[in-house]
Design a protein around this ligand. Sequence first.
Ligand SMILES: [Zn+2]
Length: 259
Amino acid sequence: MLRYTDSNQCRMCALVRHFGDYADSQKPCGICDFCAPEACLGQRFRSATDFELAAALRLITALRAGGGKSTGKLHAELFPEGHLSRNSFEDVLGAMARLGLARLTDEVFEKDGRSIPYRKAYLGSAAGELDEAAPIALLMKAEVKSGTPSKSKTKRGKKKAAKKQALPQRVPGSKAKAPAAPRAALDSRIEDALRKWRLAEAKRRGVPAFRVFTDQALKAIVERRPQTAAELLAIPGIGISTVEKYGATLYCLLHQDLR
Ligand SMILES: [Zn+2]
C-alpha cells in the first residue's frame, strides 16, 4: 500500500499489474493524479525550483547514456555529495515521469528468501523531443494544506486527459452551493437535526450515540454536506457500513428545508 501511494506511475496501470494482468497495454488512464495532476483534488503540485530542474537535466543526461538503472544506484551516482536527498530525488523522478521524460517501473529482487522491492528508471518517450534550452514545466508534489486552493496552473501535455476529466471540482473548504440562510445559522440547524436523528437511531439500536457516528464525524457531515456515497465515505470516522445503512437517510436529512 505504501509503495502504491508513493508510486510514480499511472494508478490504474499499477492496479492492473498488481492484480496480475501483464498482458494489459499499460496505457495510462488519463484521469488519475499521476496522469492529470492539474485536475487533482487530493494532491497539490507546484513548479520545480531551479535546483530541481538542474537535477532533472542531469538525470536525463544519465538516462540517455544508459537507462534501466535502479533509482537508488542513480541517486548515489549522480548526487554523491548528498545535496539532493533520496526522497527529493524520487520526487524529481516522479515529476519527470508525469511529463513522460522518464519511465519508472517497480521491480523486486530476491535476497535470502526475502522479496526486496526497488524502482528502475528509464528514459521516457518525451525526452526525445525535449528542447533543453526551453524551460521544462516540471510539476512537483507540494505539501497539502487543507483549504489551500490549487495554484498549479502549469500548462503542459495531456490536454485530452483534462478534457476527459469529469470529477467534481470541489475544493475542500469551498462553498459550492451558496445557502440561502447565513451559513453559520443553517449549520447549527443541520447539526441539531443530525443530533436528534442520531439520538433516536442510537436509542432504537440500544447503543450510545457515538456508536452511530462520533461527534467529530457529525461536525464534518454538517460542514461538508455529503450528497454521495463517495463524499460521505471521505469523512474521517465514516465507514462503508455507515454509508450503506444511513447514506440515503443522511442525504435526505441534509437536503431538507431547514431554513
Ligand atoms: Zn492514470
